[in-house]
Design a protein around this ligand. Structure first.
Ligand SMILES: [Zn+2]
Length: 66
């Protein structure tokens, strides 16, 4: 199974990144891409999304707590 973007209907071809292994950050990312975990969308270690779905700040420690 090729590395395809986890975002539904995605047709981007930008650089793909693995989802974070940290549960909290993973949930934040899923919110950003509007995708929740479901039986049809299980996340594996091969699950990746396009970097273009995320802002560059998402790759750093989130500072939006306040
Ligand atoms: Zn994508």
């Amino acid at each position: 199974m090729p590395d395809r973007c986890y975002v539904p209907l995605c047709c981007k071809s930008s650089y793909r990144v693995c989802l974070p292994s940290d549960a909290v950050r993973l949930k934040e990312w899923l919110v950003k891409i509007r995708r929740d975990v479901s039986p049809a969308f299980q996340i594996t270690e091969r699950t990746k999304i396009c970097s273009s779905h995320l802002k560059i700040t998402d790759f750093r420690v989130t500072l939006n707590g306040r």
